[in-house]
Design a protein around this ligand. Structure first.
Ligand SMILES: CC(C)(COP(=O)(O)OP(=O)(O)OC[C@H]1O[C@@H](n2cnc3c(N)ncnc32)[C@H](O)[C@@H]1OP(=O)(O)O)[C@@H](O)C(=O)NCCC(=O)NCCS
Length: 161
């Protein structure tokens, strides 16, 4: 863990590698029932994707003493972009600034990688909470779609004009 950004309740939000000590809590992270159309029903699915696929890297989101979310990232070596996925804040923890703190921490982490020039992610157009969050952080549509999701991109490390 390297980052420390506060949520709306003053809890420090950090991104943790998946370990023997935290994987069960991360696996149990679940969105609200009506959000299962946007993300998996349990973060366990994303943990397995990271474990088996060799593409994604899962991280647990800790706020204070509690695991409250999951997020993962990947590097696309075909076009040199970084991707964020599997963003889930536990239903009972939403609306407290955890999602924003998580995104800020992960953007900071990825931006520090020397090869990181652009970060992409996708979200369903009906997912207004996600759309609001990503737009407020500077992500903009790049014209692509992944299945039925809008792809948005954030340029990092751009040289000053
Ligand atoms: C999207 C998600 C990660 C946001 O996490 P969160 O912890 O609730 O978000 P925050 O409390 O940090 O709020 C971030 C911003 O989104 C806004 N927001 C949160 N819930 C919202 C809602 N239901 N409708 C509109 N805006 C909403 C907040 O107002 C805040 O904006 P502000 O800082 O300008 O006020 C969370 O709702 C979630 O896990 N949803 C289910 C899974 C999902 O859809 N993941 C995204 C897949 S692309």
């Amino acid at each position: 863990m390297t980052q420390g950004i506060s949520d709306g309740q003053g809890r420090t939000v950090v991104l943790e590698e998946i370990t023997d000590g935290n994987w069960r809590e991360v696996a149990d992270v679940a969105p609200a029932d009506d959000q299962r159309r946007y993300v998996a029903a349990l973060a366990a699915r994303y943990l397995l994707l990271s474990l088996k696929g060799g593409v994604w890297t899962s991280l647990g989101v800790r706020a204070g003493d509690d695991i409250v979310g999951h997020v993962m990232w990947a590097y696309d070596d075909e076009d040199g972009t970084h991707w964020i996925g599997g963003m889930v804040v536990a239903a009972a923890e939403q609306g407290r600034g955890v999602g924003r703190a998580t995104m800020l921490a992960l953007i900071e982490r990825l931006s520090a990688l020397p090869e990181c020039r652009e970060i992409r992610l996708s979200y369903h157009p009906d997912n207004t909470a996600a759309g609001h969050l990503y737009t407020s952080l500077g992500f903009r549509p790049n014209g692509d779609f992944e299945d039925d999701e809008i792809v948005v991109a954030l340029t990092v490390g751009a040289p000053a004009a």
